[in-house]
Design a binder for this molecule. Sequence first.
Ligand code: SAM
Length: 284
Amino acid sequence: MVTLLKIRQEFVEKLGEIYDPEEAKTLSQIAVEAVTGWNRMQQNIQLQTALDKEVLNALYDILQTLQAGKPIQHILGHAPFYNMDFKVNQHTLIPRPETEELVEMILADHEGQKNLKVVDIGTGTGCIAISLQKHLSNATTTALDVSSGALEIARENAQRLEAKIDFRCLDILEWELSFGEGKFDIIVSNPPYITQSEMRDMHQNVLQHEPHTALFVPEEAPLLFYDYIADFALSHLAPDGTLYFEINQYLAEETKALMLKKGFSTAEIYSDINNVPRMLKAAL
Ligand SMILES: C[S@@+](CC[C@H](N)C(=O)[O-])C[C@H]1O[C@@H](n2cnc3c(N)ncnc32)[C@H](O)[C@@H]1O
């Protein structure tokens, strides 16, 4: 007889090489919830319940794939973000909790405002654009990405979550060729910002399974995307508009200095819940 408690212990034990015990425990809970439908509280009550063969087989399949380094979100095909479920695959970055804080900040800044024009640069799964479009009143949202594979998923997510977004496949490094005159009240981006040297400290499952175009920048130009997006914002931000970035924690001051050098009148760094400098807000 294999109980829920036993299988959860097995997850922690077998995943010990890749994940720390707390992460492994969370993964076991996510897997059990996906297979049985029991949320974490229900699982705590069912710890001594014997699992039937079908459930066990499904859990062992997930465990094996996790041991091979595949992220749980890719195994299940979706990830939570801002109380919604987003489809993910090999073309999209898995939405991160830190990015929810960026969305939270934008929504708090614009509470009660209507008819805002928003653009999300490097949309991936569409998580930022869709969350903003769902929570801002009557906004017009554009979202772009250079990856057609990511855009396909973003479109699917928007349709399923009933968010009307204008998706465009374009390279922000060539925005001058592809963007018209329109002005935006909110320009937001979580662009690629990890340098090659930071790659060394990264989890193998991120390196092997998440798209490198979503993550990495050249060592010699770590602020490449901030540079181009700042120029884009200088010509496409409405006079009272705001530019929001998720930033590389190790380059926060440099990113701020770049914004001020470009001519923004304010540029402020904000820390996330773990007290890590994570967001930057700039205005003209
Ligand atoms: C860090 S991911 C962010 C994804 C999503 N916004 C999120 O927060 O989860 C960066 C995104 O930028 C896109 N990207 C990379 N280079 C780009 C470029 N030159 N122009 C437009 N998008 C680009 C990637 O495909 C990826 O989806």
